[in-house]
Design a binder for this molecule. Sequence first.
Ligand code: NAG
Ligand code: NAG
Ligand code: CU
Length: 663
Amino acid sequence: MQSLFGAIPLVIFLFFSCFFSLPALAQDLPQGTPLPRAGWTVTADSSNGDAPPSNVLDGDPNSMWHTQWTPSNAPMPHWIQLDMGSARIVNGISILPRQDEWNNGNIGAHEVKVSVDGTAWITVAYGTYVNDKSVKRTFFTTKVARYIRIDVYDEAQSYLNPWTTIAELNVYGPWGNPPVSTFADPPPETKGRWGTTVDVPVVPAAAALASNNKLILWSAFRPDDYYEGWGLTETVEWSFGSGAQTRYALTSTGHDMFCPGISMDVNGLIVVTGGNDNKKTSNYAPGTSSWSSGAEMNLGRGYQSSTIIGDGRIFTIGGSWSGGYGGKNGEIYNSATDVWTSLPGADVARILTDDAAGAFRNDNHAWLFAWKQNTVFNAGPSKAMTWFNVSGSGSWVSAGNRATDDDAMNGIAVMYDAVAGLVLTAGGAADYQEATASVSTYVIQLGTPNTIPTVTKVGDLAYPRSYSTGTVLPDGSVLIVGGQSWPIPFAENDSQFFAELWRPSTQTWTTVAPIAVPRNYHSISILLPDATVATGGSGLCGFNCKENHFDFQIYHPPYLFDSNGELATRPAIVSVSATSRAPGQSLLVDTNGPVTFALVRHGSSTHTVNTDQRRIPLTGPRGGSTYTLTLPSDPGVLLKGYWMLFAINGAGVPSMATTIQIL
Ligand SMILES: *[C@@H]1O[C@H](CO)[C@@H](O)[C@H](O)[C@H]1NC(C)=O
Ligand SMILES: *[C@@H]1O[C@H](CO)[C@@H](O)[C@H](O)[C@H]1NC(C)=O
Ligand SMILES: [Cu+2]
């Protein structure tokens, strides 16, 4: 009965698809194409008489699979399983939720698994979908599979309901439908490995690693869209370790924190400024998961950058994306007293690029670095570089040009060695959008404030990119992910899938494993306490926009693998003498073997900017199993706030981090 029922709608689908505009449930995407579904079979744990699982393959968005609800409900969890008849290379699924007036059975918490034989399963994605009728797309690192299975743990509408429904289910494979015999996993010991995709019910356009190791991810007033003036922010907290996630609409501060500045203070308070609600300040207190309103900025800003400085205050400049065009000179926030002070002498004219879109774009996303003597160094993206002084009403001193570089809007700038004052810059484009992205890479060495730094052009990126993210790793290498060679917000043409890793020892980029999902405008990357990197987001372009990416994926760098591609044995930090220290003080660290150390500051990420991260290499004498580390004495180098202390063994393998607060 089921097979008969399955065959008729297939014919109808072929007829309908030629003449009617069905929801775009199986379109070609930069990351892959839908596989033809002829001959596939599908089974499920349960179904209602009029809603068999075969409905997910019938091409009709108005028919669905519904778990049994009459005469009684089949309990959660539920599953549905596809047999594609033979093994294929697969890299994603799309789920069309039911398209009628009900949300009953929309999938919430779930796992996506693949199998070659229907017995041994690999989890390729897990997480939570948002409760709406948009197509749910989960892309994952390429696998060979004949069977695809979705396990459903709760309903997105109300996690108490025991139902699951799906209107259409599609599977994707890489472009060109390559034969299974061509499948090869990149060797993880040289290319690293992208892990399980994590589905989250917002497009994470901004993120921060809180001091309690929760990853805070947020979108705008909607999980999938932004628009000015709605005064709330959809937020997800993801727990490092357990992987548990909680979503809530942040309403307490009346602040849509989309396109903001982000900086963390000495107590781990995440200070989020401007964006859609352009004068607001919202402060996240880790541990309580609560946000409070701070004082408003003197100027409305969006796309400004901010950074904590040596004395612990937070400096911001630029940001004409919202709150009016031009004149966005510096100001500074004291989070202890909740006071903003204007710095008219911190002249925004110093940071302007020559953008085709003029004042709207030319003061966006400054590359700010706190430095010695309470200064702030602006490394770009303007080709001119500047020292800012926050004393009194603010002042500046030219720091020359970034060698031969052009304006590099939406490139990356990462302080990979704050002891030596070394900043890596790469990519970006002369204009915010519709411009040729750059491959140029520079190392800037900061010395005494107000002096011209040394700028060295080093090896180019293999892939030109703008809108990518840059993340410093414990060993001082820098991971660049995503971006486009011809950047266009909310478009995915010319997306760069290969990540690249820059190593300070060679001063060159190495191409590493590709991402499964385009990560462009509105993407994020954050170093996690196990020395992996979470990269996610991109999009936020409204309902059913196929450029929305409600997920992140975790990169495991090559240093986590041994020469056979197996997980390397990590060194361990056994104990530390204190969990908070001040600059210049000593820290005693017990380890289970000989190591060097690095402190990496907790990061925050949005719109290519992560001014919270920086790395400090540390070594010290060892007596017995105890190292004595002397911390840098300048608070402009060792910024206040939360840092991850990693031990790194002789093979370059990092430990799990121990959290250290710098006072
Ligand atoms: C910053 O400005 C103050 C006030 O003018 C001055 O005393 C101080 O030396 C300046 N600092 C630097 C590093 O230039
Ligand atoms: C992206 O590429 C497609 C196919 O080449 C083209 O039709 C489309 O106009 C491009 N989109 C943009 C925004 O350039
Ligand atoms: Cu934005």
